[in-house]
Ligand binder design. Structure first.
Ligand SMILES: Cc1cc2nc3c(=O)[nH]c(=O)nc-3n(C[C@H](O)[C@H](O)[C@H](O)COP(=O)(O)O)c2cc1C
Length: 428
């Protein structure tokens, strides 16, 4: 147990930023060498065009949809419902459909760019259940998230192990939001036979499964492992292996989280307004240093306190650095308890690698943890980060994720011994 705990931490420690490390290696890349951000299976696979008027299609589509296309001189950038570090989108989504009228039972790859499902495997008496929840058969959908890690390591090198996992957490958050809008209960699963799935789905060392979501009825039934291996199709147009990431993934995949009883969250969003929020979610690039109300801030914190529907438990603590909330002393807070008073806006801007959004927002939130499973903890941090985006955007408050911070200095500032996993900033 101790050994596995140390291993996860070792990978986090090895990817820390410091003032010096960022000066020495500022992550500059030649944008023209960016690997492809969309995976497509060969043309001969059967495809189902998603029809947004069909509720199940719409549920699947909204988990990953492109919501804005930014045009540039040398091309365009397609932004999605889920945020992604550097807009590199390492995550892919697969959906197993079983027993849904009008859709052939099978495993599909969601081709985000073309709004279609590509049938990569037809089910008989086999399926994903045997790797994920042995002894059960799911009538409904099983979503599987994987990371085509080179899309991120191309730019962020070893630190991209963090971004892949955080991005996966956001993708889970986007699935949860779509499920909520389609009145569907879900369960997130982090502990499953990832190595066997990577092998049988033909991912080789290039695509790494990180999490699953079950949405459907579980029946007691033995389902066989996939009777055929899915052929390898590369998620990028070219690939460079990163030994550190592959090893970090291997070691941290076998760390299991503690178990907890699954509880469903209860949200009271106005569905039409929430749909618009999901559709219009964006990362703020600049704040006008305006104040937000205490009520709005508490509302956002309350969304974070709602249960996460999974039986994997990792405690994530939240520190807030309040710069601009009406009627509240600026300072460092643990939850709503004041740890130290002061205007730390300049300090937080510096700690987040001199990013003005961390200085000029109303509040910066940091997620810290003493995790058992690194993969689960990072994904839960990303999942909570997604709730911060949607909760704040719902109120008309802007938000941005922050994955870049000076780790040790931030940890000292927060006066915690726990690892700092992630940050977000909100404001107007
Ligand atoms: C894990 C993660 C880390 C991020 N880190 C930063 C950051 O340090 N600074 C920043 O300005 N944006 C950061 N972002 C926001 C991305 O730049 C943004 O999601 C991406 O450009 C896509 O834009 P959108 O969120 O508006 O769709 C991060 C996003 C994620 C998911």
């Amino acid at each position: 147990m101790l050994q596995s705990k140390i291993s996860g931490k070792a990978y986090h420690d090895a990817t820390k930023h410091s003032y010096l490390s960022v000066q020495l290696d500022p992550n500059y890349v030649d944008a023209s060498t960016q690997p492809a951000a969309f995976k497509a299976y060969p043309k001969f696979y059967r495809r189902v065009k998603l029809d947004v008027n069909n509720p199940i299609h719409s549920f699947i589509w909204l988990t990953s949809a492109i919501t804005l296309e930014k045009m540039y001189k040398n091309g365009s950038e397609k932004l999605r419902v889920n945020p992604s570090a550097g807009a590199l989108y390492p995550t892919e989504l697969y959906v197993q459909v079983r027993g849904i009228q009008g859709i052939v039972d099978g495993i599909y790859h969601l081709e985000v760019e073309n709004n279609c499902l590509t049938l990569i495997y037809e089910l008989i008496d086999d399926g994903l259940e045997s790797y994920i929840i042995p002894g059960k058969s799911i009538k409904g959908c099983i979503f599987l998230i994987s990371c085509v890690y080179y899309r991120s390591s191309w730019k962020y090198q070893d630190r991209s192990i963090r971004y892949c996992l955080l991005d996966s957490g956001h993708h889970l958050g986007a699935i949860a939001a779509s499920a909520y809008l389609h009145d569907t209960a879900i369960q997130l699963i982090f502990d499953f036979d990832k190595f066997a799935l990577n092998r049988d789905l033909g991912f080789e060392n290039k695509e790494l499964t990180t999490a699953c979501v079950i949405s459907g009825e579980a029946q007691e039934k033995q389902i066989r492992r996939l009777r055929l291996k899915v052929p390898f199709v590369c998620g990028t147009d070219y690939f460079e292996a990163n030994q550190f990431i592959e090893e970090a993934y291997q070691i941290t995949s076998v760390q299991k989280s503690h178990q907890q009883k699954i509880e469903q969250p209860i949200f009271n969003f106005d569905k039409d307004k929430f749909y618009q929020t999901v559709w219009n979610r964006r990362s703020s690039r600049r704040f006008r240093k305006q104040y937000i109300s205490w009520e709005d801030y508490l509302y956002i914190l309350q969304q974070l306190e709602q249960p996460i529907p999974t039986d994997s438990f990792e405690e994530i603590e939240i520190y807030s650095i309040v710069h601009r909330i009406e009627g509240i002393s600026p300072g460092l807070y643990k939850s709503t308890h004041l740890v130290k008073a002061g205007d730390f806006s300049e300090k937080i801007g510096y700690l987040c690698v001199n990013q003005a959004i961390a200085r000029d927002g109303a509040v910066a939130l940091f997620f810290v943890s003493n995790y058992t499973s690194y993969q689960t903890a990072m994904q839960l941090a990303g999942f909570l980060g997604h709730r911060v985006y949607l909760g704040s955007n719902y109120l008309g408050i802007q938000c941005s994720a922050i994955g870049a911070f000076y780790d040790d200095e931030t940890q000292r500032f927060l006066e915690t011994t726990k690892d700092v996993l992630y940050a977000t900033t909100i404001g107007i």
